[in-house]
Design a protein around this ligand. Structure first.
Ligand code: NAP
Ligand code: ZN
Length: 350
């Protein structure tokens, strides 16, 4: 099947309308009519080959929601008409210890929703800035939010799970003090989810203008990280800090805010490294510096169900396909509260 899509032909070219093909659904495949797709900062990193290795044409998009339009003969869990989501991966080896553990995101054979190896044309995966996608049933999530919230559910498929997973792994909850650094797509979800888990949430932002907005998202306190006195007031007090910032920055300023045995988790993936942290800040209090990548499929379903139960969705700005390039520029300026979501119906007109 052919479908309308939006993608780039080179790292220095804007995205433009294109037609791509999708395979006919195999026995275990689910075909989805995409209703909405979020714009993640990773899309921008990858379209511009900031992480190197991008294959062109590149059709980004891994915050996909829509409706099942066909299923293969062996698909039992989903039916035509079901509301579903697809996140950052569409395949993995299904056999290794990580896959067995439901941590397909850490499988060496994990196939990203775009720019991943596949036997489908053109030889690498093409993502959700398109009207249809065909995905193995294992990587298709069920959406239990009301349909009226569907566009705002899309960002949960990446921004939601990428913050939910470390919050769960490092046991955020009642009695814990959790920092969320960077109030963008990921960060605003991190604040909402950590708040719903019962943690005391402190938002760190470089933008004075987000101070009040962060409180509305559920932060108990807000720190403007450019202000050293505000930072110092939180020294040695955090159980966990989740850092979502998309650019290199000083990690020491955050490490010194951790208690003994507490952890700074990096989820932001800047194109160039952070300056190396001071070893003494780590060893003095047995502090840990960690990373985390999205989440496994069972945990992604758990996150979607948790968010449905707690009435959590993203704060979004719905856009037309012909606004994608301008949205990238606005995202770079931090000029979005807090996620752009593409109305997939507008791809055909673009
Ligand atoms: P985003 O919406 O652009 O938000 C990033 C936030 O970081 C900004 O809103 C800003 O928050 C802060 N920031 C940006 N540039 C900064 C700078 N130069 N100095 C200090 N703070 C800065 O991006 P996103 O979609 O949330 O993605 C964030 C990062 O996570 C990206 O690198 C993305 O590739 C990565 N990511 C990783 C995973 C994973 O699995 N680990 C998954 C998805 C995305 P303030 O204005 O509040 O300071
Ligand atoms: Zn993403």
């Amino acid at each position: 099947m052919h479908t309308h899509a939006y993608g780039a032909h080179a790292s220095d070219k804007p995205l433009e309308p294109m037609r791509i093909s999708r395979r006919a659904p195999g026995a275990h495949d689910v075909q989805i009519d995409i209703a909405y797709c979020g714009i993640c900062h990773s899309d921008l990193h990858q379209v511009r080959s900031e992480w190197a290795g991008t294959l062109y044409p590149c059709v980004p998009g891994h915050e996909i929601v829509g409706r099942v339009s066909a299923v293969g003969a062996h698909v039992n869990s989903l039916r035509v008409g079901d509301l579903v989501g697809v996140g950052c991966m569409v395949d993995s080896c299904k056999e290794c210890a990580d896959c067995e553990a439901g941590l397909e995101n850490y499988c060496d054979g994990m196939v990203g929703t775009y720019n991943g190896p596949t036997s489908d044309e053109p030889g690498w995966t093409l993502g959700g800035y398109s009207q249809h996608i065909v995905v193995h049933e294992r990587y298709v999530l069920r959406v239990r939010h009301p349909e009226s919230q569907l566009a705002a559910v899309a960002p949960l498929l990446c921004a939601g799970i990428t913050t939910y997973s470390p919050l769960r792994h490092w046991k955020a909850g009642p009695g814990s003090k959790v920092g969320v650094v960077g109030i963008g797509g990921l960060g605003h979800m991190g604040i909402k989810i950590a708040h719903a888990m019962g943690a005391h949430v402190v938002a760190f932002t470089t933008s004075e203008s987000k101070r009040a907005a962060a409180r509305e998202l559920g932060a108990d306190e807000v720190v403007v990280s450019r202000n050293p006195e505000e930072m110092a007031a939180h020294a040695k007090s955090f159980d966990l800090i989740v850092d979502t910032v998309a650019a290199p920055h000083d990690l020491d300023a955050l490490l010194v805010l951790l208690k003994r045995d507490a952890t700074l988790v990096l989820v932001g993936a800047p194109a160039t490294p952070h300056p190396s942290p001071q070893v003494f800040d780590l060893i003095m209090k047995r502090r840990a510096l960690a990373g985390s990548m999205i989440g496994g499929i069972p945990e992604t379903q758990e996150m979607l169900d948790f968010c449905a139960e707690h009435g959590i969705v993203a704060d979004i700005e719905l856009i037309r396909a012909d606004q994608i390039n301008a949205s990238y520029e606005r995202m770079l300026r931090g000029d979005v509260k807090y996620r752009f979501v593409i109305d997939s119906a507008t791809l055909a007109a673009a």
